[in-house]
Unconditional design. Structure first.
Length: 147
C-alpha cells in the first residue's frame, strides 16, 4: 500500500500572528479567514498555537480580557511535523499528544497544517471494502495496544 505524506494533504492556508497580538485581533483574523487556529510567532519564528478550543477553555472559561496578548494563552512548545512524514506518523503524534491540529514546518518556517478533518477526508476516499479493511487494521492495532 502506497503511503500518503503530510505535504499531500496539508492545508497551506495558515494564519500567523505576532505574540503581542491581542486576543480580540486574533479572533477577528480567524473569523475573517475562516480558520480554526492561529500560529503565534516571535519575529516570524513559530512558538505556539491557539485553537478555537483554547478560546473556550482558557479565554472564556477563565474570563480573560480580550486585550490579553495571545502569547499568554497559547499552547507551547509548538508540536510540529515535517512535510515528508507520512499521514500515519501525523496521526500517531496527534493521538499521543491529544491534539487535533499539527503545523507543518520546513526550514524553521510554518508551511502548512494538518488537521484531524484532513485525515478523515483522506480516510474516506476509496471503496467501502478498502475502508472496512483499514478500519479493521486500526481496530486490531488499538486492541493490541490495550493488552
Amino acid at each position: 500500500m502506497e503511503s500518503t505524506f503530510v505535504n499531500d494533504i496539508m492545508s497551506k492556508k495558515v494564519l500567523t500572528v505576532d505574540k503581542s497580538t491581542s486576543l480580540q485581533e486574533a479572533t477577528e483574523k480567524m473569523k475573517k479567514s475562516n480558520i480554526g487556529c492561529v500560529i503565534v510567532t516571535d519575529n516570524t519564528q513559530p512558538m505556539g498555537i491557539v485553537t478555537e478550543r483554547d478560546f473556550v477553555t482558557t479565554v472564556a472559561a477563565e474570563g480573560r480580557p480580550l486585550f490579553t496578548e495571545i502569547a499568554e494563552v497559547m499552547s507551547s512548545p509548538l508540536i510540529t511535523i515535517s512535510p515528508e512524514e507520512t499521514i500515519w506518523e501525523a496521526t500517531e503524534i496527534m493521538k499521543a499528544k491529544g491534539i487535533h491540529k499539527l503545523p507543518v514546518i520546513e526550514n524553521k518556517q510554518i508551511i502548512g497544517i494538518v488537521t484531524t478533518t484532513d485525515i478523515v477526508k483522506i480516510a474516506s476516499v476509496g471503496s467501502d471494502s478498502e475502508m472496512r479493511r483499514i478500519c479493521d487494521q486500526i481496530l486490531l492495532r488499538m486492541k493490541n495496544e490495550t493488552l
